[in-house]
Design a protein around this ligand. Structure first.
Ligand SMILES: Nc1ncnc2c1ncn2[C@@H]1O[C@H](COP(=O)(O)OP(=O)(O)OP(=O)(O)O)[C@@H](O)[C@H]1O
Ligand SMILES: [Mg+2]
Length: 261
């Protein structure tokens, strides 16, 4: 299904390919709370999907279920045609296919920036040190922090740390990147430097699932906005359509709240 379209700034979106991440009839409870209700979501290769919705609507849980940080009660999740394995080596392999970037940067505090990025390829993929270092330096350069490689994470700004976290995830050569509110812990002046890196990634054709309320990013980079509320996908649309003409009352209500502050 190719639904590439011109971006707001005139650059063409990368063509969108076959299904890569497929959730079908996914249900999950936390005790009495039905946190994911009958979720059907297909993300295609090269597609950028922004997930938006009120606090507690299940956005993080959905992301975490995609790389099995959270088990689901029923339904299926497949990545590139493979069902999510329950445990063991197969699960480790699958996790390598799914890069994850969180709100808190989660870097290893006592390792240098370079070591943070080389660790995964060396430990999980058996890559040689020299090759891992070369790859890491390329990726740190790509996210604009190559000159920070020998520092410890605490010596970097929040925006720089988040860009290192993105480089670290990319070092595993993931098939899809999940971002869970990657800029919401950042000071305003650092938000754009992270969003710019994400926009470049999107342009390069990375498949991305991004939980964010950054509408500028959604308009610039997303093919589709998925609106969640109360554990359900309530509405999905192209960004422009969603932000200017939401259909559901719940989306209208949510947008009126985020647009007024
Ligand atoms: N480990 C857990 N145990 C019990 N309840 C949980 C757990 N994790 C999340 N929840 C609950 O599940 C619901 C959905 O949480 P989730 O973090 O997925 O929401 P969210 O949409 O990401 O919210 P936010 O915008 O605040 O990040 C919330 O009511 C939350 O309190
Ligand atoms: Mg969340």
């Amino acid at each position: 299904m190719a639904h590439d379209r011109a971006r707001a700034d005139g650059t063409a979106a990368a063509a969108v390919g076959e299904p890569l991440v497929v959730l079908a009839d996914v249900d999950k409870h936390f005790g009495a709370l039905h946190v994911l209700q009958d979720i059907d979501l297909t993300v295609h290769r090269g597609e950028v999907v922004v997930i938006i919705g009120p606090s507690g609507s299940g956005k993080s849980t959905l992301c975490r279920s995609i790389n099995r940080l959270e088990p689901i009660d029923s339904g299926t999740i497949t990545i590139d045609g493979q069902p999510l394995p329950a445990e063991g080596k197969a699960l480790a392999r699958l996790r390598a296919d799914v890069g994850m970037v969180f709100q808190s940067f989660n870097l290893f505090a006592h390792k240098t920036v370079l070591e943070n990025v080389t660790l995964g390829p060396i430990k999980a993929k058996g890559m040689g040190r020299a090759e891992a270092k070369k790859l890491a330096m390329e990726l740190l350069d790509r996210v604009g922090v190559a000159n920070q490689a020998q520092k410890l994470p605490a010596q970097l700004s929040g925006g720089q740390q988040q860009r290192v976290a993105i480089a670290r995830a990319l070092a595993m050569r993931p098939k899809v990147m999940l971002f869970d509110e990657p800029t919401s812990a950042l000071d305003p002046e650092m938000i754009n430097e992270v969003l710019d890196v994400m926009t470049d990634l999107a342009r390069d054709g990375m498949t991305m699932i991004v939980v964010t309320h950054e509408m500028g990013f959604a308009r610039r980079a997303a093919h589709r906005v998925v609106f969640m509320d109360g554990g359900q996908i309530v509405e999905e649309a192209e960004p422009e359509t969603f932000f200017t003409a939401p259909r559901s009352e719940r989306a209208k209500d949510f947008l009126s709240k985020i647009l007024t502050h």
